[in-house]
Design a protein around this ligand. Structure first.
Ligand SMILES: [Zn+2]
Length: 146
């Protein structure tokens, strides 16, 4: 993807929106925006939400993991989504019990996280701080969260 973007983006009209279909992980969105992409669409936030993988600004969380059994923190502090009104422990319980509410809530969390990420990237572009913001996000966003 990165090689293709580097080869094609210089030839894209600067006065038209640039769309990258089917991408991707949060780190891919940061790299896509850095390459000049304006729009994305992807199933990943909801597909991963359905399969118990939560995206956060500190990396990913596997919501079925045993270490979350007694974890009373939300998926991500400061997240305004409906899932983050509940504990990681409760959300894990929903997945273990096969309750549909678990996949619904984690999908909503992931969509909220993606929207917050894109809002941060937009603000960074407008304030002229994109490179610093992107570098800071890249350091945190692409691993396993605690
Ligand atoms: Zn959330």
């Amino acid at each position: 993807m990165r090689t293709t973007l580097a080869a094609t983006m210089p030839h894209m009209p600067a006065d038209r929106p640039r769309y990258l279909m089917g991408v991707g992980r949060p780190i891919d969105l940061i790299d896509g925006v850095a390459a000049g992409i304006d729009m994305f669409d992807c199933v990943l936030p909801t597909r991963c939400g359905r399969t118990a993988l939560a995206f956060t600004f500190a990396g990913t969380l596997k919501m079925r993991h045993a270490r979350l059994r007694d974890d009373l923190r939300p998926i991500e502090e400061g997240c305004p989504c409906p899932a983050c009104r509940h504990s990681r422990s409760y959300l894990r319980h929903l997945f273990i019990a096969g309750e549909m509410l678990g996949p619904v809530l984690v999908s909503l969390h992931n969509l909220t996280m993606y929207a917050r990420l894109m809002r941060q990237l937009r603000a960074a572009i407008l304030s002229g701080s994109f490179q610093a913001v992107a570098a800071n996000l890249r350091e945190r966003i692409d691993g396993d969260a605690d």
